[in-house]
Design a binder for this molecule. Structure first.
Ligand SMILES: [Zn+2]
Ligand SMILES: [Zn+2]
Length: 368
C-alpha cells in the first residue's frame, strides 16, 4: 500500500477535543464514499493539495474538526491518511454509523471523472484491507448509501462495492522471486527557511510564487503542469533541483529545497524577508536614488517591498532589484495615492502606516 501520512500531505492539525474522539467499540467493516462533486483526474503532484483543500472544506464549510474520512484514495492509487484507524470518522451520516464502519473515499466525481481508475480500485482495496487487518474491522464492505439516504458512492463505485470490491482484473502480482520495481524517488518533503520565510514542500506564501516565476524565467519550469503559485508542490521541488544541478550542485545539495546561496543567485542577489524594517527602507529610499544605478543599501528589505509593489501592478519587474531607485519611489508614491494620501504624504518615502498595510496584503510584517 502506498500510504501518504498526514505529515506527507501537509494536513492541518485537527481541532480538539472532537478531532480526538476514539472509536467506542469494534467496527463491522468499511464504507466506501466518493466526492459527490465535480472532479477531474489530474497529475499526482496535484493530489496532496487537493486533499488539503478537501480537509479545509470539511473544517471551514462543514465545521468538522478534521477531514471527515478515515482514508482518501487518489486516482493514482495512493492512500491518504485522514482520521486514520483510531479516531472516529464523521463521514457516514451520524454517530452510530460513524462508529460502525470506517469511511474510505475514492477521489471520484459525480461529474467530470466519474469512473474509478484501476490503480484507484487497487488503492481502495489496499485501504479496506488495511482497515480490516490493522483497525481491526470486520469484513463488511458497504457504500455510504447503505443505511443512509445519499447517492454516495455513485453508480460506478457502488457497483464495485456490490460485486465484493475486487482488485481489478489484470492486476500484476510481482512474483516473490523477482525484485519489486523501484518507485521513482519521492522528491524532498522538508522545508528550509531563508529570510524568515519557508521554502520546500508544503510552504505557502508570496515567496513561493516569486521563486516559481523566477524558475520559469530562467527556463527551469518544465515540471509545472499548472502554476507556479503560492503553494510549494513537488513540481517546485523538481524544478528547483534542476536549477541547483545547473549551478553544479549534486546529491543532497541538489535536493530541490532552496538554500540561501542558490536562492540569492536565482533572485538576482536579494531575497524576500518575513519582517521588513521601516527605518532601513526609508534609509534606502533616501540614499539609493542619488547613488549609482542599481546601488543598494538594504537590498533584502527593499526587494521585499518591491515585490509587493510589483504584485500591486505598480512596479515593472525589471526594477525589482533591491535598489530603492527613482522607479521604486514613483511606484511607492502611486501606492500612497491609492491608499488615499496626497501632497507630502505621497512623496514615495514609506511611512509606517502605508508600509504596514502593504505588508498585510503581501505577507510581511513591519518593524520601526
Ligand atoms: Zn459519502
Ligand atoms: Zn494521486
Amino acid at each position: 500500500m502506498q500510504l501518504v501520512s498526514r505529515d506527507q500531505w501537509g494536513a492541518r492539525a485537527w481541532r480538539e477535543p472532537n478531532g480526538s474522539i476514539p472509536y467506542a467499540g469494534a467496527r463491522a467493516g468499511v464504507k466506501v464514499h466518493y466526492l459527490g462533486t465535480r472532479y477531474a483526474f489530474d497529475t499526482h503532484d496535484t493530489c496532496p493539495a487537493y486533499v488539503r483543500r478537501l480537509q479545509a472544506s470539511h473544517m471551514n464549510d462543514d465545521g468538522w474538526s478534521d477531514i471527515g474520512y478515515s482514508f482518501v484514495v487518489c486516482e493514482h492509487g495512493f492512500v491518504y491518511e485522514g482520521r486514520g484507524l483510531n479516531r472516529r470518522n464523521s463521514a457516514n451520516g451520524d454517530v452510530p454509523l460513524n462508529e460502525a464502519h470506517y469511511a474510505v473515499c475514492g477521489l471520484v466525481g459525480s461529474s467530470g471523472s466519474t469512473e474509478p481508475t484501476p490503480e484507484q480500485l487497487n488503492g481502495l482495496r489496499d485501504a479496506i484491507e488495511y482497515c480490516e487487518q490493522q483497525g481491526p474491522a470486520g469484513p463488511e464492505i458497504k457504500g455510504h448509501q447503505d443505511g443512509y439516504s445519499t447517492d454516495c458512492p455513485g453508480p460506478a463505485l457502488y457497483a464495485w462495492v456490490r460485486s465484493g470490491a475486487p482488485r481489478p482484473s489484470g492486476t500484476v502480482v510481482t512474483p516473490p522471486s523477482q525484485p519489486a520495481p523501484q518507485p521513482d524517488p519521492t522528491p524532498a518533503r522538508y522545508q528550509s527557511s531563508v529570510g524568515g520565510l519557508s521554502y520546500g514542500y508544503g510552504a505557502h506564501g508570496p515567496q513561493v510564487t516569486i521563486v516559481g516565476e523566477a524558475l520559469v524565467a530562467a527556463n527551469f519550469g518544465s515540471h509545472y503542469t499548472q502554476g507556479p503559485g503560492p503553494d510549494w508542490t513537488d513540481a517546485d521541488t523538481l524544478n528547483y533541483a534542476d536549477y541547483q544541478r545547473s549551478l553544479g550542485y549534486s546529491g543532497g545539495d541538489a535536493d530541490g529545497v532552496p538554500g540561501e546561496a542558490s536562492l540569492r543567485r536565482l533572485l538576482g542577489g536579494a531575497v524576500p524577508l518575513a519582517e521588513v524594517s521601516k527605518s532601513r527602507v526609508v534609509a534606502a529610499a533616501r540614499q539609493d536614488p542619488d547613488a549609482a544605478q542599481g546601488a543598494t543599501t538594504y537590498p533584502d528589505d527593499v526587494y521585499t517591498v518591491e515585490q509587493a509593489l510589483r504584485a500591486e501592478g505598480l512596479l515593472d519587474g525589471q526594477w525589482v532589484d533591491g535598489s530603492f531607485g527613482t522607479s521604486t519611489i514613483d511606484a511607492y508614491a502611486a501606492l500612497q495615492r491609492r491608499y488615499g494620501y496626497s501632497g507630502q504624504q505621497a512623496d514615495g518615502i514609506p511611512g509606517i502606516d502605508s508600509l504596514t498595510r502593504l505588508g498585510q496584503a503581501h505577507g510581511f510584517t513591519v518593524t520601526g
